[in-house]
Design a protein around this ligand. Sequence first.
Ligand code: PEP
Ligand code: MN
Length: 333
Amino acid sequence: MVVTLKPGADREKADKLSDFLSSYGVKVNMNHGEDNDVLVLVGDTHKIDIDLIESFDIVASAVRISDPCVLSGRKNHKDDTIIDVGGVKMGGGNFVTIAGPCTVESEEQIIGIAKQVKAAGADILRGGAYKPRTSPYTFCGLRKEGIEMLVCAKRETGMPIISEIMDISHLDVFEDVDIIQVGARNMQNFELLHELGKQKKPVLLKRGLSSTLSELLMSAEHIMAEGNPNVILCERGIRTFENATRNTCDISAIPMLRSLSHLPVIADPSHACGISDLVIPLSLASVAAGAGGIMVEVHSNPECALCDGNQALLPSQFKTLVSKISKIRKAIE
Ligand code: PEP
Ligand code: MN
C-alpha cells in the first residue's frame, strides 16, 4: 500500500500516522519527496481500512498496489537516491570510480595498487577476499585475512572499500568495509539479501548472469523491504550466445534501470567482457549511456594476477580511462 501525504504535511502528524500503520504489523518506509512525502507499506495490509487512512487530514490518497517494485521503482520515489559511502556520494548525478584488483593477494599488493589507483583518480578501492570461483581448484581468496589487508589499504589511503560477501555468517568480518558487494552468482540468494536488508551498510547488487532487469530490481526489493534503502545496482554483463567475450555487456540496461529505478546504477565492464583491451571502450560506452559510476579491475602485474588477470587494466591504463571519462561526461552534460 502507498499512502501519499498532502504537500507540506506536518512531520509530527506524519510520524504518528506511521506509528499507527506500523501497529498493523507492516513495515512503513517514509520517502521524502520534493513535493510530498510518501509512506510505503510492506507486508500484509489487508486489515488496513483505506477509507480510514484517507480520513486523516494529512493524507492525500491511499492506494493498494500490485507493483512489486514498490520500494526500488521510480513510481513512488521520483528523486534519485543518493548514498553516502564514507564521504563519497553515489547516485543523483554524482559519478564514482571504483578500482582495484579482482582479489586481494597480499598486503603489499593491495596497498601498492590502492595508492596507484588513488593517484590516478579512483574514489573507492575494490578487492575480493571471498571469491566465488567456478573451479574449486583455483585461488578462492584470502577470506578474513584478505579483508584485513583491504582495511589496511583503506587506512593507508583513506579510500572507502568494497568487497564481496558470500555468506551472512561472515558479516562481522565486514565491519570496516564500506560497501558490501553481492556478486552475480548470489543475486537471488534471498536469505543473504534479507540479512543484508537488516543492516544499513550500502549493498552493491550485481545483476545475475542470466537475470532480467525486473529480477534484479526484485532482488533489490528483497533488501529494501527488510529496511535497508542503501542499494546500488550494477550491470556486469549477461550470458548470451556470444562467446567472443566473457559475457555480453548490456549497455541498454543502464538507461533502462535508471528509468525504472531511483537507485544508483553503475557498470562493471571488466566482468562484462573479460578482455582488458575492451575495458576502456566499454567503460566509456557505459558512461555515455548514463552510468553513475564504473567498477574496473586494476592490477600492477596482470600476468601474475591470481584471478582475472586477462581483464585487468594496468594503473597507467586506468589513469588514461579516468581522463577519458571526464571528457565523455563533459560531452554529455
Ligand atoms: C567480482 O566483482 O569480483 C565478481 C566476482 O563479479 P561478478 O559477481 O560480477 O562475477
Ligand atoms: Mn574478477
